[in-house]
Design a protein around this ligand. Sequence first.
Ligand SMILES: [Zn+2]
Length: 368
Amino acid sequence: MMKVRETALFCLVALAGGFASSDEERAVFVRWCMPVASAAEASPQKPGHNGRPVVPVSRKNDNRNVTMPARGAARANTDAAADKWGQQIDVRPEFYAARDVPAFQITLTRKWYQIAAHAWGNYGPLEFWIVGSSQDAARQLDQEYCRVRKQKDPARQIRDCLRRGHNFVTYATDGSAGLNTRRNENEKWSGFIITMSGKYPGPEEEDYMPVVLHEYFHVYQHAHIVSRKASVRERLNRKHPWWSEGGAEYMAQLLYSRQPGVRSGYLRQTMERKLKSIEDLREGERISEIPYGKRGIIAYDLGAWFIAFLIHKTSEEAYRVKFFKDLNEEGFEKSFSKSFGRSADELLQEFHETFLTLRRAEMLRILP
Ligand SMILES: [Zn+2]
């Protein structure tokens, strides 16, 4: 018997503040990141899907341009991942979709991935898994997912993979989007798995586009942390959502706002809605103290503002390039003060005690 520990971080996107206008909608649409850890007993297994080539899910109307990796491609990715973590790579992501996912959604997801990778660099290996609304189709996609996991990491057990908590059926019923960064001491394969679904946001909603960018910015963040140790990865990315979610959210909205056809005023409107979370802060509370969970959305919203505040004080280059370039070697605090001139503690203090007390119009003025 071999003990396999499976640890993944599902970073679900908060949609509060997106296009929800009332508080009730905010409450309904809040999603948050949750670390998913499960220890599974893996018993010796007959050879089954080991080495099986990845096959497309059978589809009617299969005129969609879904990339399916050729035989052997997955293994090549595995080996490359071991050496190239954190480096920009040429390998493009793999796209998988449930049979009920409309073709335009796959095209849309690919397009917004391309925009993100063009702006921030191409990191990976990366897989996109797109779930529709049919639970049956999601279940089938789960099976394909587990075959791919087994193919890329033969030590993994398909039955454990199929038992995972937050599977595609959950996405089919609950919607939302998420990133699962797989890099740990127990698995050979390292990489990123982004799941998109049919609702919250659905592909016909404007939110879908910044959400793809948001998830990809998490790829960028995690690509800059090389360690396989969960404790090190958490220390560099911060345990609470203010830093990583604030960064993903602001960078996504900023990049989206700059795309052709996006109305002027988009960024201001989106960021203005996030200011509503100021009312939910407790007396003397800092965003850095708020964990994932029910109140996590406050850290998403005001964390995005904190990144806007940092960028306003320094530059986009200081945040997006310099901080992440030094992070792995220097650690969070050192890279932070090198990039932004002061400690995180000092800048958080100024953010709370000065910036967040300004009049709304003054706060909005820092946006580009
Ligand atoms: Zn996120």
